[in-house]
Design a protein around this ligand. Structure first.
Ligand SMILES: O=C(O)CCC(=O)C(=O)O
Ligand SMILES: [Fe+2]
Length: 233
């Protein structure tokens, strides 16, 4: 990856489907920190983009290799339910099949989602992105679900991670690579936002201490929150 700065301008027609003004993507909005290499893109996905991504998530959630509860090695369960694309993540590694679930082959990672991720990275950093994205983790947050501070450290590449948010707003806590404690910045993520973290922030601890139930855009028809985090293995 090249220099990591704030985005410059628009990225032009690099998306898989511009949606003819129907709001698949919004015009670039001002991008902001909270840390070097970590860029919040508020309102990155327009209404049509949010609808399209949510419809895809609903398909991906179906069995086989569908939504599952993740069991942690020490016996706890994640409150967020998850489905993976491309490679199946389990604590702590990647497998071609759902080794900690129904054993089915993981669903394919769609090329268009890689395009969406590259588009977000290009907007965040103001330069083209050539990463071959091949993994997505789709997280479903019901009432009270949260995600503890962790690093996305099971990938072999240092390609930026891109997350897309749908539904209820949340507090996204973004810390440092040094440890899971302070200092951190609490960023409010809302439906349609993208968040990119790469470069010096690639291995920063982050988590979702809470969502804000009832704040999803009503027209989306989603209760709760969904995040889609795209990575390169
Ligand atoms: O839900 C989010 O926004 C964060 C998800 C996350 O950190 C992950 O999937 O590793
Ligand atoms: Fe993460």
């Amino acid at each position: 990856m090249g220099t990591v700065g704030r985005r410059g301008g628009g990225t032009g027609g690099s998306g898989p489907d511009e949606g003819g003004g129907d709001g698949l993507f919004r015009l670039p909005a001002p991008a902001a920190g909270p840390a070097p290499g970590a860029v919040h893109l508020p309102g990155h996905l327009g209404p049509a983009g949010q609808r399209a991504l949510l419809a895809a998530c609903r398909e991906w959630a179906r069995p086989p290799a569908g939504l599952r509860t993740v069991r942690m090695p020490r016996g706890g369960e994640m409150s967020v339910r998850q489905v993976c694309l491309g490679w199946h993540w389990y604590p702590y590694g990647y497998a071609p099949t759902v080794v900690d679930g129904d054993g089915a082959p993981v669903k394919p990672f769609p090329a268009w989602l890689g395009e969406w991720a590259r588009r977000a990275v290009a907007e965040a950093y103001g330069e083209p992105c050539g990463v071959r994205y091949d993994i997505a983790l789709v997280n479903f947050y019901g009432p009270g679900a949260r995600m503890g501070m962790h690093r996305d450290a099971d990938e072999e590449t240092d390609a930026p991670v891109v997350s897309f948010s749908l539904g209820d707003a949340c507090v996204f806590r973004f810390g440092t690579a040094e440890g899971r404690g302070r200092p951190w910045t609490d960023v409010g993520l809302r439906s349609g936002d993208a968040f990119v973290f790469g470069g010096p922030s690639r291995l920063a601890y982050h988590g979702v201490p809470r969502t804000r139930p009832g704040t999803a855009p009503p027209e989306l028809g989603l209760r709760g929150r969904v995040s889609v985090t795209v990575r390169a293995r």
